[in-house]
Design a protein around this ligand. Structure first.
Ligand SMILES: Cc1cc2nc3c(=O)[nH]c(=O)nc-3n(C[C@H](O)[C@H](O)[C@H](O)COP(=O)(O)OP(=O)(O)OC[C@H]3O[C@@H](n4cnc5c(N)ncnc54)[C@H](O)[C@@H]3O)c2cc1C
Ligand code: SF4
Length: 517
């Protein structure tokens, strides 16, 4: 069966879902191909044990590490992609992130576009995804043409206390930008109920500003948009010249189907987009589609992260904890010549989700039960930029399976940031020696599997010899192929990536609308 569309979008997450939303109003015929299904709404959405211990929403897939050892990546194949589980911290990259930055292990390269080029798209993405935030609190934030569309999510008393203590200590804590559909001025009518099971959980009441709720669901009644779930794209075929994608090959219900479109946008997530291109090798593209530069799959990044639990004597009864960020160490400081990164809160620990980590906890706090640890925990997420290293790469084998080679970079900066967090805690009544690693979040116990923040693999740039995509995210070597997910990042900065993928999808969408007009 062959059907023809104006645009085929592969993947319905932050990139693909947002792109579909941008194009839909044009009336163009759009086919959205999604490998997964809708994430079921069920009580388990909000239960820590199924989510974190049983991995209920981690999709079955097997990848292989550098040594050929298989592992299950933390991937989420659903309508909405990884945003179904995300923490909805919707940060803009800093203006400096678009420029070259020197790190202890090398260079974070400049983007072909500046912060000013991206700024209008960030504003539009913040409007679409209803980002809550406070202008002017974070000294590293770039100028904005529009204020945040929603007021910042308020701190609960314990977090407000930490924020006040940090401010007294000379730091610059800020309200973290957040995409939840919370109306604090009208709680009875607020879609979001402000619960404790948000970061890393699906939202049972569809109140998270994820790509399904915000971008894809509103399109489902439209005549010009078709969503096919359970539709895994396995290969792209081209005409004899190799310049035009002529067929999108799909595996669905055990059948092979082929779809056609004037324009094809691959948005399967950084690793899976590389997989599709590499598995589409042909006579005209012997090393994989759009891979004459040998850059497809390379420069894979996913942040150098640490999840940390700090323990205080007093209880922490915070419900929604992800409201505070600290960027005092984002760039080089007077005491340290390298950038360290971002500190933010993550979802509150609870005993059930921590159960797998009991041995470490009891070693550090032997007198406490796991429930005590969870009740007293204050949870932080530390992000240091990792570098786009060519050897950190996705390849595929003769069976088309993903192999992921990754070695961390900037470990010294990440360790230094951890040290700064410990110093910070002295200002907040939390002793440095009561700081623990929290591995269950994002499956940090198997570093290469924790690919939540995956990016790179198809970077954009002006030079076809060193990049896969041009500045519009069109493949240099093809006329109708685009990649619109975090794969286009030439560097990843040290803030969460989703808003940049959304903003870029809006930008590329506008380009496509112009092209199709
Ligand atoms: C637990 C967790 C917490 C996170 N928290 C945050 C946060 O707070 N803030 C933030 O900015 N980011 C966060 N992230 C990361 C964020 O979700 C991703 O950066 C973002 O979703 C990436 O967008 P994408 O379009 O590149 O990929 P995705 O959103 O993953 O979308 C890719 C889509 O492609 C589909 N797909 C894959 N292969 C195929 C194929 N062959 N055929 C068809 N479809 C295919 C997938 O099923 C998926 O729907 C988090 C992620 C996780 C897992
Ligand atoms: S805090 Fe709001 S958005 Fe998050 S899971 Fe709870 S209800 Fe959903």
């Amino acid at each position: 069966m062959t059907e023809h569309y104006d645009v085929i979008i592969i993947g319905s997450g932050a990139g693909g879902g947002t792109l579909a939303h941008t194009l839909a109003a044009s009336g163009k015929r759009i086919l959205l191909l999604e490998r997964g299904d809708f994430l079921p709404r069920e009580l388990e959405n909000w239960e820590p044990k199924p989510v974190f211990v049983a991995g209920r929403y981690i999709s079955p897939d097997t990848w292989f590490d550098r040594d050929g050892k298989q592992f299950q990546p933390q991937v989420h194949y659903f309508v909405g992609g990884a945003t179904k589980l995300y923490g909805a911290a919707l940060y803009r990259l800093r203006p400096g992130d678009f420029e070259e930055i020197k790190h202890v292990n090398g260079i974070s390269p400049a983007w072909p576009l500046s912060y000013d080029d991206f700024e209008p798209w960030y504003s539009r993405a913040e409007q679409l995804y209803q980002v809550h935030g406070a202008d002017g609190e974070d000294p590293t934030e770039g100028p904005r043409s529009e204020p945040y569309p929603w007021p910042a999510v308020s701190h609960e008393p314990r977090i407000q206390q930490i924020s006040d203590d940090l401010a007294k200590g000379g730091y610059h804590p800020f309200h973290a930008p957040c995409g939840i559909l919370l109306n604090e001025a009208d709680r009875p009518r607020s879609t979001c109920i402000r619960c404790a099971t948000c970061d890393g959980y699906p939202c049972l009441v569809h109140a998270k500003a994820d790509a399904e709720v915000i971008a894809v669901r509103p399109l489902l009644g439209r005549d010009n948009v078709t969503l096919l779930t359970g539709a895994e794209v396995t290969r792209l075929e081209t005409d004899d010249s190799g310049r035009t994608v002529t067929g999108v090959v799909v595996s669905r219900d055990g059948n092979r189907e082929v779809y056609q479109a004037d324009i094809v946008a691959v948005s399967a997530g950084a690793a899976n987009s590389a997989k599709i291109l590499l598995n589409s090798a042909s006579d005209t593209h012997p090393h994989g589609l759009a891979n004459g530069s040998d850059q497809v799959g390379r420069n894979y990044m996913f942040h150098n992260c640490k999840a940390i639990v700090a323990l205080a004597k007093e209880k922490n009864d915070t419900v929604f904890q992800k409201t505070l960020g600290i960027n005092d160490f984002y760039f080089a400081t007077k005491d340290y010549q390298w950038p360290m990164g971002n500190i933010q809160m993550i979802g509150k620990s609870n005993a059930e989700a921590m159960r797998g980590e009991q041995p470490e906890k009891t070693m550090f706090a032997p007198e406490w039960t796991l429930s005590d640890v969870a009740e007293h925990a204050v949870d932080f997420w530390l992000t240091t930029e990792d570098l786009p290293v060519p050897e950190n790469r996705v390849t595929t084998d003769q069976d088309g399976r993903v192999h992921l080679a990754y070695s961390s970079t900037n470990d010294e900066e990440a360790d230094r940031l951890y040290g700064e967090l410990k110093k910070i805690l002295n200002h907040t009544g939390m002793a440095a020696h009561h700081v623990l690693r929290k591995n269950f979040y994002m499956d940090m116990s198997i570093p290469v599997a924790g690919c939540a923040h995956q990016a790179g693999t198809c970077r954009f740039g002006t030079d076809p010899a060193t990049s896969v995509l041009d500045v519009n995210c069109k493949a240099h070597e093809l006329d109708n192929l685009y990649v619109v997910d975090t794969g286009f990042f030439p560097s990843i900065g040290a803030v969460n990536p989703a808003l940049t993928a959304m903003a870029n999808a809006l930008r590329v969408g506008e380009h496509l609308l112009g092209r199709m007009a």
